[in-house]
Design a protein around this ligand. Structure first.
Ligand SMILES: Cc1cc2nc3c(=O)[nH]c(=O)nc-3n(C[C@H](O)[C@H](O)[C@H](O)COP(=O)(O)O)c2cc1C
Length: 164
């Protein structure tokens, strides 16, 4: 049976990471952007993978709403969760804010795919916040977030062992 990767994104890193993950998973994989498509037939899939990105501590509303509305059905599948976020130390809190508790407890894999602060396409407010975040990171000598490709590799390996 097929695997579903369902994701939400604001500036595209989560889309890129979801598509890279899809390439590495064996068998049939559908990679769907919930920002564009809100009707998804979960019955068509075995493994479900949900991912989104974090802004001011929260995932995109569409992901939160989808998981809340479909919780019962989601819990009938093997589930993995991932986040793209800038502050890795906050991963656990970000995850708890992003997904219903029962889905988190049920999920076998919960992974941070790192983050990217690319101001090119950002709206004014986000650009301003990002510049402040970058300044504060530089002041504290902290590295800027970057996408974690090893985390994709790791999740794909775990899932492929389950799918085989
Ligand atoms: C305005 C703004 C607020 C953010 N807030 C958070 C946050 O609260 N916690 C966090 O870990 N990352 C935060 N980030 C980092 C994003 O989660 C990160 O850039 C992520 O890669 C965005 O993914 P996307 O391009 O798929 O939307 C923020 C980024 C921006 C631009």
């Amino acid at each position: 049976m097929k695997t579903l990767i369902l994701y939400t994104t604001t500036y595209g890193l989560t889309k890129t990471m979801a598509e890279k993950l899809a390439e590495k998973i064996t068998g049939d994989v559908d990679c769907i952007n919930l920002m564009n498509q809100t009707q998804v037939d979960l019955k068509a899939y075995k493994h479900l993978i949900f991912g989104g990105s974090i802004y001011m501590g929260q995932i995109q509303k569409k992901m939160k709403q989808f998981c809340t509305e479909n919780e019962r059905e989601i819990l009938e599948h093997p589930v993995s969760l991932f986040l793209c976020c800038g502050v890795n130390e906050n991963f656990k809190t970000n995850l708890e804010n992003a997904f219903p508790k029962r889905i988190i407890d049920h999920s076998k894999n919960k992974v941070s795919f790192g983050g990217l602060l690319n101001t090119d396409q950002m709206k004014f407010m986000h650009k301003t916040i990002t510049k402040l975040m970058v300044k504060s990171s530089e002041k504290e000598g902290k590295a800027l977030p970057k996408p974690n490709l090893d985390a994709i590799e790791g999740l794909a390996e775990t899932l492929n062992a389950d799918i085989a």
